[in-house]
Design a protein around this ligand. Structure first.
Ligand code: ZN
Length: 400
């Protein structure tokens, strides 16, 4: 396993051009180029000039340096272009890799990927989430080492995606309402010490948001909201291309907004929080109570598809509450798109349309007029890969 240290990206640069220590302007411009390629897909040098406004000679010089640093790679354009088509640039798929890990309530999953973010099933491992923190760390370490040693590439970073409130500045888990073994822990620092590669702690909804922007329907958008209704109810907000963090990095906890003053207890200690009535998990709980058998959302979807279960009442109730959250996000943040992640939309063909109709009744008309309400695509692991790559690009230099 190759083990670059915490400044791996800069060291790779300096090895590529040892006489030149990148200055701030250069680093900011390199970040702009990387972000343009990330947002718009493979681009020619001329397209990079158009998208970034950086001069052609500077683009040419910086691209060469980024290719030498193995962060960008050249690909042949698709056939059919007139004349002599220019080569395209994309994020590197060879030579360097990242590892992304998703810690979920029941299952953990890890994948190695190039900077192009392509996820291959043969580079994915999954295991049941251990019951205690020490065992979780050890299992993650073992799997990261195995994945990294199978890659013929330098591992630049590990991104660790977890549910819960994260103090982004101190990289500490403050509260994981549904996975308490993480409470108060610093898993990124603990894993970095053992693995000797940079490890970044990712909030799962931030990761989903970055995933939608890099690979999903929000590609290229700078103002969007992601609502994850799968386990609890999380929200990530991106404004002007920057994720909203708040003073301690805790912004976006819409799931713990009280909507039922005397409602059911929530994992956070309050009662009647939105996530106790508006998520896949709560829909499955309601169904479980009615049928007298504990079922999760995947089982509910399966039974409905087989025609052995009807859940219209539970679905409509869940969608009504979820619409309150979505309409609130539209009214408060005025995004270009709200993306919603959840399995409840697999229960019937018009479930998402029902949500849209309910949001339209509750949101301010001018705010909703140019806001698209979309179903999120891709899974958490793909999103964790996108978020880890996004973290690397932010290491390159400050945003302009
Ligand atoms: Zn709560």
């Amino acid at each position: 396993m190759k083990r670059p240290d915490a400044t791996a990206v800069q060291k790779i640069w300096q090895a590529a051009s040892p006489s030149v220590v990148p200055n701030l302007l250069r680093r900011m411009n390199e970040r702009r180029l990387i972000e343009a390629v990330q947002a718009k897909g493979p681009l020619s040098r001329a397209a990079l000039v158009r998208h970034t406004g950086i001069s052609p000679p500077t683009v040419s010089k910086l691209v060469q340096s980024l290719i030498q640093a193995r962060l960008l790679e050249e690909v042949e354009p698709q056939s059919g272009s007139a004349g002599r088509p220019a080569k395209l640039l994309r994020l590197a798929g060879k030579g360097v890799c990242i590892v992304a890990a998703v810690v979920d309530l029941k299952q953990c999953s890890l994948a190695a990927a190039g900077l192009d973010g392509t996820l291959r099933e043969d580079r994915v491992v999954r295991f049941p989430t251990p019951d205690d923190y020490a065992q979780l760390l050890q299992t993650l370490v073992d799997h990261v080492r195995q994945l990294a040693s199978a890659e013929n590439a330098a591992t630049l970073a590990l991104g660790l995606c977890i549910p819960g409130l994260i103090d982004r500045r101190r990289q500490r888990v403050l509260l994981s309402a549904n996975l308490h073994l993480l409470d108060g822990q610093r898993p990124a620092a603990d894993l970095q010490r053992r693995l000797n590669i940079p490890v970044v702690l990712l909030h799962e909804t931030d990761a989903l948001c970055l995933g939608q922007r890099a690979f999903g329907p929000a590609r290229g958008l700078d103002d969007l909201v992601l609502i994850d209704a799968a386990g609890g109810l999380g929200m990530a907000v991106m404004i002007g291309g920057q994720l909203l963090a708040g003073y301690r990095g805790l912004a976006g906890e819409i799931g713990h907004l009280t909507v039922e003053p005397h409602g059911r207890p929530c994992g956070c200690g309050n009662v009647g929080c939105l996530e106790t009535v508006a998520s896949d998990a709560t829909l499955a709980e309601r169904v479980s109570q009615r049928i007298g058998q504990t079922v999760n959302i995947d089982q509910v979807v399966e039974m409905v598809r087989r025609g052995t279960l009807q859940v219209d009442a539970e679905l409509n109730q869940t969608l009504d509450y979820l619409a309150i959250g979505v309409a609130g996000a539209v009214n408060i943040f005025n995004p270009a798109a709200v993306l919603i992640h959840g399995r409840m939309f697999d229960l019937c063909d018009d479930a998402f349309d029902r949500l849209r109709a309910s949001v339209a009744r509750r949101a301010l008309t001018p705010s909703l007029a140019e806001c698209r309400i979309l179903r999120a695509s891709g899974g958490k692991l793909q999103s964790a890969v996108a978020a880890t790559i996004s973290h690397l690009t932010s290491v390159l230099g400050p945003k302009v």
